[in-house]
Design a binder for this molecule. Structure first.
Ligand SMILES: [Zn+2]
Ligand SMILES: [Zn+2]
Length: 271
């Protein structure tokens, strides 16, 4: 088992130490766990909103804390990761900050549109069509960010908190933009994560299955498993189900990163 995405208490919404996450993953028999704290510099450009006052990650403190936890990795590879939350205005900060630390893996995520995190809900005052289009435009823009990254975070995050009756983003009016995103990911050799942190009925992970299916059709191979756990109980959550689903689409390997280099791990059957 592998897990490419998790948050400790160093992230503003985390609950436990890196050590607790590490030991939980090891006790489950996982071979690889990436700690990927939130780097939400996008929030610094959200005006006088709630986002602006959310505790920011101290990269120096994270670097030291991770190094301590790394000493106790016991049969598991503990990866030093980060989840950088894209915003056009934050690009220069990321260029400086991301190059200053020896990360194993960098996730490029989009959480913020219209100067607010979708999680906090303000964006949804606009129509579904407008919000989904803006989200997809921002994802495409994020793929072209000038800083290094490896994994594209939770494609379709916009549906996670959507109040609309029709939540799916897999309707014809968005398919052209989704194709453009998938082709860009493939051309750049990046990895898509299957992010199981979704509670919507009928979903095991994001992206939605038709998107992953289309990615495969277009020649995409690189995927990874991500629980996006903020508590130890969620590490590798829904792993067996995720394996079954991606195998049914023809994927055979997960991609993981160590020192920014991709490695493949066979996707096995779990009962
Ligand atoms: Zn995220
Ligand atoms: Zn996350």
């Amino acid at each position: 088992m592998i897990d490419s995405h998790s948050h400790s208490i160093l992230s503003h919404d985390g609950k436990v130490s890196i050590e607790v996450l590490r030991d939980k993953a090891a006790s489950m028999g996982a071979e690889y766990l990436a700690i990927t704290e939130h780097l939400d510099r996008d929030y610094l450009y959200c005006g006088l909103s709630r986002e602006r006052f959310i505790r920011q990650l101290n990269l120096e403190k994270y670097f030291r804390g991770f190094a301590e936890a790394k000493k106790g990795e016991n049969g598991i590879y503990l990866a030093y990761g980060i989840e950088a939350s894209y915003a056009r205005k934050a690009v220069n900060r990321y260029l400086n900050e991301l190059s200053g630390y020896p990360f194993d893996v960098i996730i490029n995520s989009v959480h913020t549109i219209y100067n607010g995190d979708l999680y906090l809900g303000k964006a949804y005052r606009h129509s579904r069509e407008e919000v989904y289009n803006t989200y997809l435009d921002t994802v495409l823009e994020s793929l072209r960010a000038p800083y290094d990254y490896d994994i594209v975070g939770h494609i379709g995050y916009v549906i996670r908190y959507a109040p609309y009756e029709q939540k799916t983003i897999c309707t014809p009016e968005f398919s052209e933009k989704i194709d453009e995103i998938l082709k860009e990911i493939i051309a750049r050799g990046k990895t898509i994560e299957c992010n199981t942190n979704i509670r919507l009925h009928g979903y095991t992970f994001l992206p939605e299955l038709p998107i992953l299916k289309r990615y495969k059709e277009l020649g995409g191979e690189r995927i990874t498993f991500s629980s996006d756990a903020h508590v130890p109980e969620r590490i590798c959550d829904k792993y067996a189900e995720a394996c079954r689903l991606v195998k049914s689409l023809g994927f055979t390997h997960w991609t993981i990163y160590k020192q920014r280099k991709p490695y493949t791990v066979p996707i096995e059957d779990f009962e």
